[in-house]
Design a protein around this ligand. Structure first.
Ligand code: APR
Ligand code: PHB
Length: 387
């Protein structure tokens, strides 16, 4: 089998890339280790930056997003038991949209299948080969157990942080581990507040988010070695209630539909390219979830890559492809700093002393009361312009 671009992974990065390439008339094959049901059900983050929404709109895959997505014009920093609103839209003229990552994935899968282009789900033993030559190829075993070879001109490694693509490349990685994790729950309960609430509390960080007017998404800071078995639904609600307390606020509870623990890491792989292999999304970088940047960075990477490939296949020019890694890394490092900053300001580090806590509170108060500081948070949160 032969294609122009072999795409490994059908997450937001791989699927958006396949879609953008199709709009440019460039054929691709998407190889995904999991089943369609699995990737469509996997609960991940749910905040789309303004430029991400614009891109999905321009690409013609935002019809349901525009109907069901929830535009947000502000968020709350909750500390000292009170809310301090950051007026995202007043400060930047832009908003964010709450729409689950798996909904973006569903829309992109539907768009590709409607266009009559397949996605090879449930493939295994995927391996990129000869990426330093101009005849790279991928070998894999398809869902029927048949061993296959896919010859490509370019390979896009969009297979996330546990994928195979980043292991092929001799890159340098810059990593930082955080001494905490997030316990996330999806609950059948209407949101307790119309906006997201990022809470600083002496018992640990908590976040109130949502998916729909009926479904709340909530998170608690827990130790990295914490096990989900230790957290009954009752204990989760009790802890959320303690941390999210504020005057006039009542936490709406309901049946917990899903719960899990995610560790927090920052990783950047440099460069994001090796010969004909281009890494994109979580395969190249991971951010802690505090700024909600993961999916947005993945989509930015592939928007740069799609344009570079269109220029290459259309005009034979390699300048944008050569600039791909540097172009993406500028945004990646900005998002790393922003996510690290939000994380450090809001979480209780083990062993942190009173001095550090007072510094956090000072930073929170300054961010909430200075227009300059609030605007800095807001412009990073809604997403800096692509160009
Ligand atoms: N072969 C084929 N597919 C693979 C392989 C492999 N060896 N390894 C992993 N995959 C698939 C995964 O099953 C997943 O569907 O690659 C896909 C990668 O998707 P994501 O992990 O969603 O990564 P990405 O598209 O870069 O999107 C980044 O995802 O993890 C979140 O918070 C992160 O929001 C961010 C977003
Ligand atoms: C989410 O809704 O899942 C979410 C929101 C904001 C974040 C992280 C996750 O910072």
């Amino acid at each position: 089998m032969r294609t122009r671009v072999g795409i490994i992974g059908a997450g937001p990065a791989g699927l958006t890339l396949a879609h953008l390439l199709r709009l440019h008339g460039i054929d691709s094959v998407v190889l995904e280790a999991r089943s369609r049901e699995y990737v469509e059900r996997r609960v991940r983050a749910g905040v789309l930056e303004h430029p991400t929404v614009e891109l999905l709109r321009e690409a013609g895959v935002a019809e349901r997003l525009d109907r069901e997505g929830m535009p947000h014009h502000g968020l709350s920093l909750r500390f000292d038991g009170a809310d301090h609103r950051i007026a995202l839209t007043d400060l930047t003229g832009k908003s964010i949209t709450v729409y689950g990552q798996q909904e973006v994935v569903k829309d992109l899968i539907a768009a590709r299948l409607d266009a009559g282009e397949p996605i090879a789900f449930e493939v295994s033993d995927v391996r990129p080969h000869d990426v330093e030559t101009d005849r790279p190829y991928i070998t894999y075993v398809d869902a029927d157990g048949t061993r296959r070879r896919l010859d490509c001109e370019v390979i896009a490694g969009c297979d996330g942080s546990h994928g195979v693509s980043h292991t092929v490349a001799p890159s340098a990685t810059h990593a930082h581990d955080y001494p905490f994790a997030w316990l996330g729950v999806l609950a059948k309960a209407p949101p307790s507040h119309s906006e997201l609430i990022y809470t600083h509390h002496e018992r640990g960080f908590a976040l109130h988010s949502m998916r729909t007017p009926e479904i709340t998404r909530l998170y608690l800071q827990v130790p990295p070695e914490e096990r989900i078995e230790n957290w009954s639904d009752e204990r989760i609600w009790d802890e959320l209630g303690r941390r999210l307390t504020a005057d006039g606020f009542t936490l709406t509870t309901g049946p917990i539909l899903e719960k899990g623990i995610t560790t927090m890491r920052s990783v950047v792989t440099e460069p994001m390219r090796h010969g004909r292999l281009f890494l994109a999304g979580d395969a190249a970088h991971i951010v802690p979830p505090t700024g909600a940047k993961g999916m947005n960075l993945a989509i930015h990477d592939v928007s740069v890559l799609a344009e570079a490939l269109a220029r290459y296949f259309g005009e034979g020019r390699t300048d944008l492809l050569d600039a791909y890694s540097d172009t993406c890394l500028r945004r990646v490092w900005r998002a790393q700093h922003f996510s690290w900053w939000m994380t450090s300001m809001l979480h209780q580090a083990p062993g942190a002393d009173d001095f550090q806590r007072r510094l956090q509170l000072s930073q929170l108060r300054y961010t909430a009361t200075s227009t300059a500081a609030a605007t800095s948070l807001a412009e990073n949160y809604v997403g800096l312009p692509y160009k």
